[in-house]
Design a protein around this ligand. Structure first.
Ligand code: 6LW
Length: 515
C-alpha cells in the first residue's frame, strides 16, 4: 500500500489544508524505485507534455467543475496540481452531464510558446480546444472543432497543425488552423486498429523518420490494450506492428496483478532524451472491483527494431525499479494550504456550483442545501468534493445543522452509487445516518439518535470497506464495492467531502489523511 503523507485540514483557516506527496525513492540518482500510480485516485486518460525540464500532465474530468486538472513535475514522481484548464462555466457547458458524459480524454501539447488542450465535451458540444501561455491558466475560451469522434489529439510539424480523433471508430486525421480551429483539409482515415473494440485515444509521434500512431483498443475495462502502427507519411498508409498489442494486463503474465485495465497512453521524451509513457489503469480491491477510479501510471519506453516497447514488455507494478532522468533532487511539492475561503484547485463540484450556497466566515464553511442530493435529477448539489487518492485513508468533519435539514460527508462515485454520512434534523428530532444508494436501492444502514443536530463525522477507508465513526465511535461499515465502477458505473472514481442537501449547515474543518 502506498505510504502517503497526511493531507490535513483540522480547522478551516486555523489549521490549513495541507497536501503533500511522499518521495519514496531518491530522485537524482539514475536508478530509483518508482511509485505507481504516479497520480492515484480519479486521474483517467492522462496526457503529458515536456517543456524543457518541466512536465505538465492533465486528466479527463467528466461532469466535475472545474474540469481537466493540470499537474506539474520536474522529476516525474512528484506531481503538484497547479490549476484546472476549464475553470469558467463558459468553457465547460455541463447541463445534465453525469459520470459518463462531459469531458472525455484530453491532450496537452506545446508549440511555439503556446499550450494547447484539446478534448471532447460529450453531450456538451463535442470537440474543442483551448490555449494558454501559462499551463496554470488562464486558458482561452473554447474553439469548437468540426471533426467528430472522441479523444482528439494534436500534432504540429512544418507550420502545420494536425488533429486526430476517432469518428465512426476510425482514427481520422485532418489539418486545422490552430488560431481559429477551422478545418483545412478533409478527414483522412488512417487506421481502424487491430480489430479490438473501441479504437480510441490516438496520438501521433515522430521518431527516426517514422510517424507512429498509438491508440487504445478493447475498451477501458479488463481488455484494455495499446496498439501501434507506423508510416513514412503522416497521411499513411500505416502498417500495424506485428507485435501488437504492445501493452496490456489482459494477459497470462498479468492476470494476477491487482493493476488491470491498462491503456489510454501518451508518450513523451524527457529532457535527457529518454522516452516514457503515462497511461491509465485501475487497482482492484476485494475481487474484480475498483472504486478509486482509473489512475495515472508511468513506465519507460524503449525503441527496438523501429517499434516502441513499453516497460521491457513486462507488466507494471506498484513498485518498479527504473532509470529516471538524472535530474537534481526535487523538493516535494510544497504543501497546499487550503482554507475554504480560497477554494484550492483540488476541490470540485458536480456540475457548476450555485455560488450563493457556499460561504466561509471565521473559519466556518456554511453550506445551504437546494434539495439536490447525489441521485439522478440532483444536478447542482451543494458539495465540495476531492478525490479519494488512497484506499487506506481517513477523512472527517464537524457539522452543525442550523434548524431542520440534512448535511454531512459524501462518498460519491456516480448518481447510481454513493454513500452519505450525515446529520438529519426533522420535526425537532436529530439523528446521524449512514445511507447507501445503489441503483434502485436506497438503504439507511444506520440511524443513531443525537441530542442535538451536530456531530463529529469521520470515515476510515480500509481498502475493501469504509468504517463510519460518530463522535469517535464506530457505528457501521459499508463495502467499498458498492461504490465501485463495476457496481455504480461511470468513468470517474470516488470523491469525498462536505455537502448539504437540505437546510443550512456549518462545517468546522475537514481532515483528510492517508495511511
Ligand atoms: C476516453 C477513452 C477511454 O475518452 O475512456 O480509456 C474514455 N479510454 O479514451 C473515457 O475516459
Amino acid at each position: 500500500m502506498r505510504k502517503a503523507l497526511p493531507i490535513l485540514a483540522a480547522l478551516l483557516l486555523a489549521i490549513p489544508f495541507a497536501c503533500t506527496r511522499p518521495q519514496s525513492a531518491p530522485v537524482g540518482g539514475v536508478e530509483v524505485e518508482l511509485r505507481n500510480p504516479i497520480l492515484p485516485g480519479f486521474h483517467p486518460d492522462p496526457s503529458v507534455v515536456a517543456v524543457g525540464a518541466d512536465y505538465y500532465l492533465i486528466n479527463s474530468s467528466f461532469h466535475y467543475f472545474p474540469g481537466v486538472p493540470v499537474y506539474h513535475s520536474r522529476d516525474l514522481q512528484n506531481w503538484e496540481q497547479i490549476g484546472n484548464v476549464l475553470d469558467r462555466p463558459s468553457q465547460l457547458p455541463l447541463e445534465k452531464s453525469n459520470a459518463s458524459l462531459g469531458i472525455y480524454a484530453p491532450t496537452i501539447r506545446y508549440h511555439e510558446g503556446t499550450f494547447y488542450m484539446i478534448t471532447t465535451n460529450v453531450g456538451g458540444g463535442g470537440n474543442f480546444m483551448v490555449t494558454a501561455t501559462d499551463p496554470a491558466g488562464p486558458w482561452s475560451e473554447p474553439l469548437w472543432l468540426q471533426q467528430g469522434g472522441i479523444d482528439p489529439s494534436l500534432y504540429f510539424e512544418d507550420g502545420k497543425c494536425y488533429m486526430v480523433s476517432n469518428p465512426d471508430a476510425t482514427i481520422t486525421l485532418c489539418e486545422i488552423d490552430p488560431a481559429t480551429g477551422a478545418t483545412l483539409s478533409p478527414g483522412k482515415a488512417l487506421w481502424r486498429g487491430t480489430g479490438g473494440r473501441y479504437p480510441e485515444g490516438p496520438h501521433i509521434y515522430k521518431h527516426d523518420g517514422w510517424y507512429y500512431l498509438l491508440i487504445s483498443e478493447g475498451g477501458t475495462e479488463l481488455a484494455h490494450k495499446l496498439t501501434v502502427a507506423r508510416s513514412r507519411h503522416i497521411y499513411g498508409p500505416y502498417e500495424a506492428n506485428p507485435a501488437n498489442p504492445i501493452f496490456t494486463h489482459c494477459s497470462l503474465a498479468a492476470q494476477d496483478s491487482n493493476i488491470q485495465g491498462t491503456g489510454h497512453a501518451d508518450f513523451f521524451q524527457a529532457a535527457d532524451g529518454s522516452w516514457w509513457t503515462v497511461f491509465l489503469a485501475y487497482r482492484r480491491y476485494g475481487g474484480d472491483f475498483h472504486h478509486l477510479g482509473r489512475e495515472t501510471f508511468l513506465a519507460p519506453v524503449t525503441w527496438e527494431n523501429g517499434w516502441p516497447v513499453i516497460n521491457g514488455n513486462q507488466p507494471v507494478a506498484e513498485r518498479m525499479t527504473v532509470r529516471l532522468p538524472d535530474v537534481p533532487a526535487q523538493p516535494q511539492p510544497a504543501p497546499v494550504h487550503e482554507d475554504f475561503s480560497v477554494i484550492g484547485p483540488a476541490w470540485m463540484h458536480i456540475q457548476h456550483p450555485i455560488a450563493e450556497n457556499y460561504a466561509v466566515r471565521d473559519g466556518i464553511l456554511t453550506l445551504t442545501g437546494n434539495g439536490d442530493g447525489f441521485d439522478w435529477g440532483g444536478w447542482h448539489p451543494t458539495a465540495l468534493l476531492r478525490r479519494q487518492e488512497s484506499a487506506e485513508c481517513r477523512f472527517g468533519t464537524r457539522v452543525a445543522l442550523q434548524g431542520d435539514g440534512e448535511a454531512g460527508l459524501a462518498i460519491y462515485q456516480s448518481h447510481n452509487g454513493h454513500i452519505e454520512f450525515f446529520v438529519r434534523r426533522e420535526k425537532g428530532r436529530s439523528q446521524a445516518v449512514v445511507r447507501v444508494r445503489l441503483h434502485s436501492i436506497l438503504h439507511e444502514q444506520a440511524a443513531v439518535p443525537l441530542p442535538k443536530a451536530e456531530a463529529r463525522l469521520e470515515v476510515q477507508a480500509h481498502g475493501e470497506h469504509y468504517d463510519f465513526l460518530l463522535n469517535g465511535r464506530e457505528i457501521t461499515r459499508v463495502d467499498t464495492k458498492l461504490v465501485s465502477t463495476e457496481m455504480a458505473g461511470g468513468f470517474t472514481g470516488v470523491t469525498v467531502g462536505p455537502y448539504c442537501r437540505l437546510g443550512k449547515a456549518a462545517f468546522q474543518g475537514f481532515d483528510y489523511e492517508e495511511e
